[in-house]
Design a protein around this ligand. Structure first.
Ligand code: 26Y
Length: 823
């Protein structure tokens, strides 16, 4: 089953050119003479996709011929970013593509790469993590399928108008997206609503059956995920919701044409849009529908793969290991039980055994407002059979608890899947924890807090279930692809293998006192900064100086991430310059990027606040050559690729205990940025790795924050102790950053001076002082470069290859399976 037409598989520039020419003509209906950059992008992408197909099909054949456990990574989000550049890199034909483009009169590959629309099928960290993990799985030659949703509209595009965020629909499919393969013949049928009834089967046993009132069809759209310089090409299977034909016909026959059309429209809205909310669970009906939709399709798909190969269903755990990316797919626990019991007639005990030996759960948050809960009424309405199954799971679980804690009703209430307080609800984290064989956090501190704060009783009950896998990011996209200048230097120094073995970068430590090398290292950073500078200018009209210190905070806008702490610090620096009391003459460019959830008022106000400060600072001649503030609109993967290589100082300043891990922190460090940060998430491990003298630490620890909270924290105390902070707040209050409008930022001020839920006031002074240390360091360029080099040299641990190896060994029990191409 192997097909190697040279035009479709050849890896030299001639073959790529031939492939492009054929696609322009036959696939796109264009003549080479009139091809636009977008046409050439499409043609090159199709030519590249051809070259993925041999590997993709060979990878599937391997599993079919020699059954082997496959990872099913279930995630409501996959923020995969641009595909062309990554596939060229992993195939190893970037230069060949560049040469082929020259024959079409295109001088630089980048003009073609810029045309690509990225699929924004995720909100932020969690979605991007899923994408890094898919890339590492393929690069490590592990058989894997990522299962998710093909949203027609991804995360909104962000515009900034008068300093405010404006959301615009993301029409990523409009120009045609060449990377997917629709597979309508592998569609799945999913039910919703209706009722259950009990009946007696042929053997006389009472059983339950679900009669849904609505259906949707899931049509798989597969995106090939090629590993780096290997034949393994895994698959991302994204489900698109379609209307069910049978319903159309039925309604048509009874004459209800418009009813049928409405039904069709309703089922097609299922995969319409990604919920742009990272952090607050809104409990929306459509979101639960989306979750059940993609989970049901995915599990049916896995079960069907066993049937196709005549493998008994009871052997499911030998062939699939199912990872839940947060609780968004946690309905899988009930849905797998339902499929096994209702469709495959497997008994409860056996079904439970199969489920709990195949499912594992990753937790990404401790914030109570982000923990998913579904109103019981809504849940019952949409998934009545699942609720029955959940009740049974819960009843058996509570029985177990009663034996262990006789008479302790408190603990039953606390651990029950059903929250009985107020409006009754289903706690998805409890369902996931009870149904999974492992539950992991995403950084050492976070996993520890899961055990100590979030789920102490569960952890006491099942200590062996709880574990940690610290997040990682793929060095292919986040160094090799985005930072060619640094990559070349790394290759010169340690050879090409660092790309798959980041620990080799340790060798760079030998160069830490080599002036010549440090200058070369600095030059790679300068290249990145020049590129970002021209990008900033083209998008915002702001001129920034590439020799200034680039101080960057890019991430979703959230109070716990504390972009406002950074903003307050800028005001303090502004005041010092105005008053002539600034100690260090260090030119800084402070850059922000990130989206706010459309309904998150405070986060949107924080964006307005940053832009208010930027306006004042950037238009004041006293700030020239010393301070610039930039808010980069529409932060996404593509922009990240420009930002990380260009950053000197990485801002990781969340309230300790709130950021589960962070992954931007890792991307910055690999690219030689120094971090100013709190002891939160993976910052803790980052600091340990790069050593404390190469990390700017500030702020209260998680336990100090706890103490403040438990002792009636009062931000006023901290404000009164810090005259500079007082002055900063006064300036905001009089409307200095809002054209005299004293009302605009009041909600922000009131929050900070009133409850200050994220302890901004408590950490301000320490932060400001640490920023002075940063400036002082910057003035000794050699020392700075040395610290930066050591960050790159010591951050290999944060390769997602390491994370994936840990998942494979300790949770999934899967091993690599090389793919050979024999023709
Ligand atoms: C419930 C729903 C509204 C919801 C949707 C998306 C809730 C949360 C999210 C997204 C969460 C997220 O992105 N979490 C981040 O995951 C990263 C990868 O593990 C972590 O690095 C980061 O600290 C965490 O905030």
């Amino acid at each position: 089953g192997c097909y190697l037409d040279p035009e479709k598989a050849g890896m030299d520039s001639d073959a790529v050119f031939q492939g492009m020419t054929a696609h322009l003509f036959y696939t796109l209906g264009k003549l080479a003479t009139s091809a636009s950059p977008h046409d050439l992008y499409m043609a090159l992408s199709y030519a590249v996709k051809d070259r993925l197909m041999t590997r993709y099909l060979a990878s599937q054949e391997v599993i079919r011929k020699k059954p082997q456990k496959t990872v099913a990574y279930l995630s409501a989000e996959f923020l995969i970013g641009p595909q062309l550049s990554n596939n060229l890199l992993n195939l190893g034909i970037t230069q060949e593509a560049e040469d082929a483009l020259k024959r079409f009169g295109i001088e630089s590959l980048s003009t073609i790469l810029e045309v690509e629309e990225e699929p924004g099928l995720g909100n932020g960290g969690l979605g991007r993590l899923a994408a890094c993990y898919m890339e590492s799985l393929a690069s490590l030659q592990v058989p894997a399928v990522g299962y998710g949703i093909r949203y027609e509209f991804g995360i909104f595009n962000q515009l900034i108008r008068d300093g405010w965020q404006v959301e615009v629909t993301d029409k990523w499919l409009k120009g045609g997206w060449p990377w997917e393969l629709p597979q309508p013949d592998e569609s799945c049928f999913v039910g919703f609503g209706g009722r259950t009834e009990s009946y007696r089967d042929d053997k006389g046993n009472y059983r339950s059956r679900w009669i849904p009132s609505e259906h949707a069809i899931g049509v798989p759209h597969d995106v090939p995920v090629l590993g780096y310089r290997v034949n393994t090409c895994d698959r991302l299977r994204l489900w698109r919701a379609d209307a069910t034909e049978s319903f159309d016909f039925y309604a048509f026959n009874i004459g209800d044409y418009y009813g049928a059309v409405e039904e069709k429209v309703a089922s097609e809205t299922l995969s319409k849009v990604l919920y742009p909310n990272d952090g607050t669970d809104e409990g929306r009906r459509l979101r639960l529908k989306q979750q059940h939709f993609f989970v049901s399709c995915s599990l049916q798909d896995m079960l069907r793969s066993l049937e196709k190969r005549s493998i008994p269903i009871t052997e499911f755990p030998k062939h699939w290991t199912v990872q839940l990316n947060d609780t968004h797919p946690a309905i899988a626990v009930a849905e797998l039980m339902r499929l096994l019991i209702d469709q495959y007639q497997i008994g409860w005990e056996k079904a439970w055994n199969i489920t709990t030996s195949s499912v594992a759960y990753t937790n990404h948050t401790l914030l109570p407002e982000a923990l998913e809960k579904w109103d019981l009424g809504l849940f019952n309405d949409l998934l009545p059979r699942h609720l029955e199954i959940i009740y049974e799971i819960n009843w058996r679980f509570l029985q177990q608890l009663r034996l262990r804690y006789p008479g302790d009703d408190k603990i039953l209430q606390k651990l029950s899947i059903i929250d009985e307080e107020g409006f009754k609800s289903v706690r998805m984290a409890h369902l996931a924890t009870i149904g999974a064989h492992h539950i992991n956090g995403v950084a050492a501190l976070h996993s520890d807090l899961i055990k100590r704060q979030l789920m102490p009783e569960f952890a006491a009950l099942w200590p062996e279930k709880f574990t940690n896998v610290t997040n990682g990011v793929t060095p292919r996209r986040w160094v090799a692809l985005s930072n060619p200048s640094l990559s070349n230097l790394l290759e010169e120094e340690v050879g090409p293998n660092w790309i798959t073995n980041m620990e080799l970068l340790k060798k760079l430590e030998e160069k830490k006192d080599d002036n010549n090398f440090l200058e070369k290292f600095e030059e790679t950073k300068l290249n990145g900064k020049r590129k970002l500078s021209s990008f900033v200018h083209s998008k915002t009209g702001i001129l920034v100086d590439p020799s200034s210190l680039f101080d960057v905070q890019v991430k979703r806008i959230h109070q716990y991430k504390r972009q406002h702490l950074n903003a307050l610090q800028i005001i303090a620096q502004y005041l010092r310059i105005k008053n002539g009391t600034n100690k260090f003459e260090v030119p800084r460019t402070i850059i922000f990027g990130g989206k706010a959830a459309p309904g998150y008022f405070m986060a949107k106000l924080m964006i307005r606040f940053i832009n208010g400060i930027a306006d004042v600072v950037n238009s004041d001649p006293d700030m020239d050559g010393l301070l610039r503030v930039v808010f980069l609109p529409d932060y996404n993967v593509k922009l990240g690729e420009i930002v990380y290589p260009a950053t000197d100082l990485s801002e990781q300043i969340s309230t300790a205990g709130k950021e589960a891990s962070g992954t931007g922190n890792m991307k910055f460090a690999m690219n030689g940025a120094l971090t100013i940060g709190t002891l939160d998430g993976a910052n803790v491990e980052l600091r340990d790795l790069v050593k404390k003298e190469n990390f700017f630490l500030f702020g209260k620890t998680e336990s100090e924050i706890m103490d403040l909270k438990n002792n009636n924290y009062s931000p006023k105390t901290f404000i009164n102790q810090c005259p500079e902070l007082k002055e900063v707040l006064r300036l905001i209050e009089i409307g200095h950053f809002s054209n005299g409008d004293k009302e605009l930022f009041k909600p922000l001020l009131n929050s900070l001076t009133g409850h200050d839920p994220f302890f901004v006031m408590a950490d301000f002074e320490d932060y400001l002082n640490k920023q002075d240390v940063v400036s002082e360091c910057w003035n000794n360029k050699k020392a700075w470069n040395k610290m930066a080099l050591l960050n790159t040299a010591r951050s290999g641990y944060f390769s997602s290859d390491r994370s994936i190896r840990e998942y494979c060994e300790s949770i999934w029990k899967v091993s690599p399976m090389p793919v050979e191409i024999t023709c």
